[in-house]
Design a protein around this ligand. Sequence first.
Ligand code: CP
Length: 318
Amino acid sequence: MTAPLGKDLLGLEHLSAEQINLILDTAEPLREISERAIKKVPTLRGATIVNLFFEASTRTRISFEFAEKRMSADTVNVAVSGSSVSKGETLVDTAKNLEAMKIDMVVMRHGSSGAAKFLAERIESNVINAGDGMHEHPTQGLLDMLTLRQRFGTLAGKKICICGDVLHSRVARSNIWGLTKLGAEVAVCGPRSLLPSAIEEMGVTVFSRIEQAIEWADALNVLRLQLERMQAGYIPSLREYNRVFGVTRERLERAPRDILILHPGPMNRGVEIDSDVADGPHSVILEQVTNGVAVRMAVLYLLAGNSPQLADAAKGAV
Ligand code: CP
């Protein structure tokens, strides 16, 4: 069996456009499995996957778990509270002990940038980064791209603006790497205090006013203000942030074209995005969540070393 993605999925920075397209092309037919009455195929029967979450998660953890179960893998969820990590056990010791119980893959979310790579270099199991600090969240980037690709047909030449707290966002970094590789034009928009100082070096345009971003873009990916990662002083107040940078219905109504609205969640309604936008006709936020399961199925499948042609066959096997 070939392993077209290599051993691990740590980020999109080091994937080629071909590898990213392979994941998206593999995810496309796998979406249908979740529409069935019996949402199960035998593709990963016998594989044991550990979901190791050191930070809170709703969408990513549950989405991975659905993806694993729908492909018939055996799964175990490990949360920090209730595990020996809370007694001071190191990340590597935890993972080595899990490996001693003969696992195949680890899906990990961790608060430290680089934690997924650190682990991947020390264990034999496949490691999938489910978000590491402010570094990358590759499956979120991929599901955002799948959602955009389904709506636009292609990402080449499309104008995507990532809005808000780019500084603290692993989602922004994965989107920028992935979208630029697939030929999209990418911009960021937010207060300078929430943009990384060398952001232009990633090949993006910078807008300082949300009105400019809305005039330019085909789609906005609106980021959550990560208040838990902020010291005081990044923004004057949440109310002020919403007034200056909030994505509101009034602002979108002035757009020269229909703009798709994405948000990785969880949302701060009334801060970075107003409810009538999040729930409005241009929002694809719940499509993103649906696509998340298919993208994670594709990643698990490809890392398991199967050939992409089998994705179609797997779709038909119950
Ligand atoms: N988008 C995302 O990562 O959401 P969770 O934190 O709920 O997993």
